[in-house]
Design a protein around this ligand. Sequence first.
Ligand code: GDP
Length: 301
Amino acid sequence: DKFKDGLTKTRDSFVGKMNDLVKNYRKVDEEFFEELEDILISADVGVHTVMELIDDLKDEARTRNISDAVDIQPVISEKLAELLQKSEDETALKMKDAGLTVILMVGVNGVGKTTTIGKLAHKFKQEGKNVLLAAGDTFRAGAIEQLEVWGERVGVDVIKQQAGSDPAAVMFDAIQAAQSRKADVLLCDTAGRLQNKVNLMKELEKVKRVITREIPDAPHEVLLVLDATTGQNAMSQAKTFGEATDVSGIVLTKLDGTAKGGIVLAIRHELDIPVKFVGLGEGMDDLQEFRADQYVHGLFA
Ligand code: GDP
């Protein structure tokens, strides 16, 4: 069970602390809830989310007459699941039934954007789809080559221009190529330098405009890649990108490398953007569609 394995660090920390809490307190009282609050915050669940969750749990404990700490544990996992599961199918990618689906990948350098593009390309290829990559990060040294390495690894072509060229021009080329080759999916890399926020956002807008000019309902998905190990930084990146462009979903990478997997809850609850995929390792198979029930199960199992 990949999901469960990927959450090992979070689970060990989170569940370990939870079990201690239940052992130490036995009774559900004010102090118990304060400790629980600390545990959730240290797992990066996010202060606002934690506050609401604790209020909810207090209500539930009251109405259900729960006084033993062991009995509140299932209620906690129930509430976490509720928080994540806003609707059943919102995590599915919006794919075109016929014709080209364009997916724009955005995010700051180093979060795992290239790796995620490679993993997604692999997933689509396995589904029998014809996939093409667009090397839209023309700014970062080595970005194009790195994408090509992934292209070779999974067996898909990369549409590119020289380093330093206009990313919008690359997108234009890539869309032409995708259409003439009757590709099913075009995965577009973009630059991720956050040092110059205004320029980056302008560039993203331009890239998006070019795509929409060629295909009016595209991009069909704008996936923001966030690194789970960066905690609250990931939250602020999500806010920045969310202001600049319509992010339709989040890919949360490196969930395997953090004990702070509670960030999933903070993102879902505080930003109202669905987490669509999680990265659980560096390999091409280490990308999983996000499922709230599996996540919660993975935390407690
Ligand atoms: P980019 O700069 O955003 O394109 O980032 P890269 O795709 O180059 O990834 C940066 C590093 O993170 C690389 O060493 C990847 O192997 C690693 N990485 C990416 N995704 C994951 C993941 O889900 N889990 C782990 N453990 N490492 C990852």
